[in-house]
Design a protein around this ligand. Structure first.
Ligand SMILES: Cc1cc2nc3c(=O)[nH]c(=O)nc-3n(C[C@H](O)[C@H](O)[C@H](O)COP(=O)(O)OP(=O)(O)OC[C@H]3O[C@@H](n4cnc5c(N)ncnc54)[C@H](O)[C@@H]3O)c2cc1C
Length: 495
């Protein structure tokens, strides 16, 4: 084992050092010549697949391209001079209650914080601050009586549809989605909601709630997928699901997860370039990125967890993936995210604190996206980190904007939200690592259609997994891992 991996970049402003939280291990961690299952990628999907295989008593080995585990899960640690270290997630933030990750967090005994499914809202230039109140009281301040009745009516109408959808999903890919639901893939979520003569404010609330989840506009996804996203707000009798956060950041989760599946079963710095499938055997060819040495592992199955659009660009499949699978991959689309950490002195908390309560997070329809308290609960921190999750077209724009322009634009936007806050800003860091942050499906396609089902069917011992094969979030990572392992166990039974 080599020591911990640390980026240790000096910030341009010279007041802090940032480093990732990741532990690293030698790329030379003995790679076996053969195993039961090779897993490509050590993000949440790869780790979850290994966790399931371990429970099932099968042998596995993970090959990961980068020098760390976690993939799109990243927590950045900041060492501001003279201050205790503080950290904030630069990748994913939270896990909804129905996400299988929540059960794993419990099994790994990781402390979590959880929140109700409501948050402050910035809509049409007006901010509705969530106070010390329940959902009914809060919504009573946002909506008129008739708007509220419409919203509750909508939730009641969609609840049984969502339940039917979720039950059908459990039987995929073996069974298809019922036809009455499947036809909702051919109309956009926006048009479907508008057809219900929804009051404008209610329609906008639905739009804003769903768009930050999918990282794209609600008229670019189908009503079927929109409803699948809306399930987190319709759950628990319309109260919505709780959101869980990992105390100490998500990187703590992936590192504990990697320890649980055994670091000796993970080879870092290993780029998989080719998967060859012949007569019930799969050979996985990789190149060690540190020493440029090629290697091979043979197995009965391979689970690739790289987003499929990326897998087909970066890896050869021999024989090639079927034309149907390729069509499913190429007709998929994506959601975009851009993340910013804004550093402020503790005195700036007055902007978002009312009495003793923080009004964060704020779900905003402006380009600021979702505004989180990035280092919430870190009582010793002397610098506050506001974490912005900018989504959709705004994210696409910010992802391509010169850094200094980005800083100027965000400063102006924050000043509009909280007049005077710009004077307090000490610096910013931007994370634009994800041009295709999450998976999505255009109108006419869906995560529930036959093409998606086809993608989820194994081919010559190759199982395509990863969040993009299932949903737009990390729940997809866990669901895909469970599905792939279930398919492997089934195949072994019928052999
Ligand atoms: C900014 C941001 C915020 C998010 N917020 C949330 C949130 O709040 N809640 C939520 O549920 N989800 C959120 N998500 C989505 C969530 O992060 C992902 O669903 C999840 O991390 C995907 O995990 P994965 O293992 O499927 O993919 P990845 O994390 O992408 O893992 C794939 C792995 O494969 C490796 N790899 C790639 N190519 C190769 C190769 N050739 N050989 C070997 N290895 C390779 C990669 O390095 C990577 O480690 C967010 C995503 C982003 C980008």
């Amino acid at each position: 084992m080599t020591p911990r991996f640390s980026l240790g970049l000096s910030l341009a402003l010279g007041f802090a050092v940032i480093s990732t939280f990741a532990t690293s291990q030698s790329a030379a961690a003995a790679v076996p010549k053969s195993t039961d299952v090779v897993i490509v990628g050590a993000g949440l999907s790869g780790l979850a697949a290994a966790y399931e295989l371990k429970k099932a008593g099968l042998k596995y080995h993970i090959l990961e391209l980068t020098p760390r585990v976690g993939g799109r899960v990243r927590t950045v640690k900041y060492d501001f001079p003279g201050e205790p270290a503080t950290f904030a997630d630069s990748g994913m933030e939270e896990y909804w209650e129905s996400n299988p990750a929540v059960q794993v967090l419990k099994e790994l005994k990781l402390p979590t914080l959880h929140d109700v499914a409501i948050s402050s809202l910035a809509l049409g230039g007006k901010i509705y601050e969530l106070g010390d109140e329940d959902q009914a009281q809060f919504y009573g301040r946002i909506f008129s009586k008739s708007e509220l009745e419409k919203l509750e009516g909508f939730k009641k109408e969609v609840a049984p549809m969502i339940e039917k959808m979720m039950n059908a999903w459990k039987k995929m890919p073996e069974e298809a989605m019922p036809a009455d639901l499947l036809k909702l893939k051919d109309i956009s979520f926006a048009d479907w909601v508008k057809k219900k003569s929804m009051p404008e404010k209610v329609a906008q609330w639905i739009r804003v709630s769903v768009e930050c989840e999918i990282g794209t506009a609600w008229d670019r996804i189908s009503a079927l997928d929109g409803l699948a996203e809306f399930h987190i707000f319709a759950a628990n009798g319309g109260k919505g699901e709780e959101a869980y956060r990992v105390v100490a950041g998500n990187e703590k989760f992936v590192n504990t997860f990697a320890d649980a599946i055994g670091r000796g079963n993970i080879s870092l710095n290993s780029r998989v370039q080719r998967v060859v499938s012949r007569k019930g055997k799969v050979s996985v060819f990789y190149v060690d990125q540190a020493i440029h040495k090629a290697g091979q592992i043979d197995a009965a199955h391979v689970i690739t967890t790289i987003p499929p659009f990326r897998a087909v660009i970066e890896m050869q499949f021999d024989p090639p993936l079927s034309a149907k699978k390729l069509a499913a991959i190429q007709s998929q689309t994506w959601g975009s995210y851009f993340k910013a950490h804004i550093f402020l002195p503790l005195s700036a908390q007055k902007f978002w604190t009312r009495g003793k309560n923080s009004i964060l997070p704020i779900l905003s329809d402006s380009e600021l996206g979702v505004i989180y308290d990035g280092n919430r609960g870190q009582e010793n921190a002397k610098t506050k980190i506001i974490s912005l999750l900018i989504t959709g077209d705004h994210a696409e724009r910010y992802n391509l904007m010169p850094m200094d322009v980005t800083r100027a634009q965000l400063t102006a936007k924050l000043d509009q939200l909280w007049p005077g806050v710009s004077k307090e800003i000490k610096g910013m860091e931007f994370f634009r690592l994800h041009p295709r942050a999450i998976g999505a499906w255009p109108v006419g396609r869906s995560r529930f259609d036959e093409m998606s089902n086809e993608l989820r069917r194994p081919e010559g011992g190759i199982h395509l997994a990863g969040d993009f094969t299932e949903t737009s979030h990390s729940d997809g990572a866990f669901l895909s891992a469970k599905r792939a392992v279930r398919q492997i166990l089934q195949a072994r039974k019928t052999k």
